[in-house]
Design a protein around this ligand. Sequence first.
Ligand code: ARG
Length: 457
Amino acid sequence: MEKMWAGRFEQALDKRADDFNSSIHFDCKMYKQDITGSMKHAAMLALQGIISDDDCDKITAGLQSILDDLNSGDLAFDMEAEDIHMFVESELTKRIGDVGKRLHTARSRNDQVAVDIRLFLRDETNEIIALIRELLAAILTQAKAHKTSILPGYTHLQRAQPITFAHHLLAYAMMFTRDIGRLEDALRRMNYSPLGSCALSGTTYNTDREFVAKELGFDGITLNSIDGVSDRDFCVELMSAYSTIMMHLSRFSEEIILWSSWEFKFVELSDSYTTGSSIMPQKKNPDMAELVRGKTGRVYGNLFTMLTVLKGIPLAYNKDMQEDKECIFDSIDTLKQCLSVFAPMIETMTVLTDNMYSAAQKGFINATDLADYLTKKGMPFRSAYKIVGQIVAFCINNNLVLETMSLEDYNKYSDLFCEDLYNEISLETCVAKRISAGGTGIDSVEKQIEYVSTFID
Ligand code: ARG
């Protein structure tokens, strides 16, 4: 196929070079955005008297028919085309003749691709935000059902203090609410139209960039044409936000995997989100969570691809920038897949509250509360801490827990211990008395639920 830029060349492009150069097999993903951008560009050209209304109508109808045919599958992408922009333009000219050749007036592929990718990323990121909201809804369903289910909270993966399962889950919800914020921030910063920057320096035509920007839902136009065509900061920002989301999903996955093990058995994932083994008949493996954890690596890697591609590029457009797409497309596909299995996996998991509770009964996770008991009776906290340490050692040596040690034994350590200590160190009291703002007590958990609820619907 003859290249649109063939004019100044005497020899055809080598087949291998042509394949190497071509981006249609991945930038075809942006066909809707490319066609929409072209329609608005044509409308602007007509409004400004750069092309006739009649030509604009033909171009618009032609583009619409291409869009319809691509949507329905009646038209396939021509993999011989150099990229999506060339494909659409040559298809347009095939359909409406020479009028199609007027579309590329006062425009370059450099600003065209810059606008396409912004539009595409805006659409995809909004879908990602919607998926995060679904995940938040799933977390909330579980949190609401487990406001009083007690389990050990961990530090260093050692049993530390009793918490409720709702409180634990809501910690993840907080991460995902921040993720939405990060994505929205990035969207706000990138929502300016580069179209009309042309190749790099603007154009001699009397264009109306503001009109096109508004029509395409941008908040305004980019102010420097060189920056307009060469900026990919928004890709870096989004990919960094995508990586952070994956990091959150990966941490959550790690816990799901631990909780599903026989060693913990805090949750049982639904059959629909687990797999079996080809040899061990008893196995029920948390593959979805493991895959999410594993796929985090490629999303991080894609961020580094993008940063590295950009680091040595002089202004303005350079072909290196074509490498912006595959990595960010892969991150988007990966993230969307992960979020779409993660939400129902959380929603459908069975929480084994009895196992959580019995884990909480071991490990002296109410030791802080016993020290606080003495402190509230006047003993300095450091002294109380030391005594409780000795009591824990005594219990371990005598196969006791704090709840089963006799008052007589307690009084060997301090006269401040009375019968009421047993109530004070019950797991329920420990949790209920954590009334500090943001703590695991019920009022705080209710407040958190209310806050997270504002992020869904
Ligand atoms: N396929 C190209 C890309 O993705 C489009 C822009 C090409 N511009 C150019 N001057 N060759 O970057």
